[in-house]
Design a protein around this ligand. Structure first.
Ligand SMILES: CSCCC(=O)C(=O)COP(=O)(O)O
Ligand SMILES: [Mg+2]
Length: 245
């Protein structure tokens, strides 16, 4: 099936779409798991840590949960791969420091970076909307195997600044923030619930189905689908580029 879109911006999911879930789960998750304890005990005065800990306590329904209980909850959510905002905030702090230190280098599928460069060159704006925190996204694009890609990206959205990925309102919020009309936005994701929410907000949506990814067998419902970014032709009749990531 030929996938051709005239839009002004492409919004990218990361895990399962630009990048392998296996890499996130096998490399990034253990990296954060082994560092939650130190973060909670040594950086409890950091405002981002404080905010995330308050959110964990709220989710637990226990305002007095101590550091051990908070760490236990974070590890349980990691085991379930639950995309809880405070978990993602704390992971983002740990990962961005790991990327800056040179412990970590991100992963992109081979077809992704050439296509992002081509779309950017053609005048399309590129945005990211991921459950991973904005700090994690910035580190991810800064520390790619192909060097710093942040100049390709015009903005970063996560569940904290935009809201849950399966709710149409989050996509309306992103459209308003970018100033791009919903009908001029294309969302690429591996998860049908996210594609449904984007479409309900008036966006174009394409499901990316890569063999070996968790949602590959389930498919993307009645959404248009692509196996790689090469299969998606995107052009813009009105767009201009810019990078604010
Ligand atoms: C650089 S973000 C790391 C991946 C991650 O933690 C995550 O939750 C990604 O979820 P997505 O919404 O991109 O599928
Ligand atoms: Mg995903």
């Amino acid at each position: 099936m030929s996938l051709v879109y005239d839009v002004d911006a492409v919004v990218l999911d990361i895990e399962g779409t630009t990048s392998a879930t296996g890499f996130v789960v096998d490399v990034l998750y253990p990296y954060s798991r082994s560092r939650f304890g130190a973060l909670l005990s040594e950086r409890s005065g950091d405002p981002d840590v404080q905010r995330a800990v308050a959110q964990v306590r709220e989710e637990l329904g226990d305002p007095d949960a101590d550091a051990a209980a908070v760490e236990k909850a974070l590890n349980a959510w990691l085991d379930e791969d639950r995309k809880a905002t405070p978990l993602k905030t704390l992971q983002g702090i740990i990962w961005s420091e790991g990327f800056a230190r040179g412990d970590l280098v991100s992963h992109f599928y081979d077809d992704v970076v050439p296509q992002l460069r081509a779309w950017h060159q053609a005048g399309l704006r590129l945005y990211v909307y991921s459950s991973g925190s904005v700090a994690a996204q910035r580190a991810w694009f800064t520390n790619s195997p192909e060097g710093d890609l942040t100049s390709l990206v015009s903005g970063l959205y996560d569940t904290e600044n935009a809201g849950p990925k399966q709710e149409p309102e989050s996509y309306r919020r992103i459209a308003a923030a970018t100033g791009v009309a919903p009908s001029r936005l294309l969302f690429l994701s591996d998860r049908p619930g996210e594609l449904d929410a984007a479409r309900a907000a008036g966006w174009h949506a394409v499901g990316v189905r890569r063999p070996g990814e968790p949602y590959y067998e389930q498919g993307v419902g009645d959404h248009a689908q692509a196996g790689t970014f090469d299969e998606i032709t995107v052009s813009t009749t009105t767009g201009t580029t810019g990078s604010t990531a």
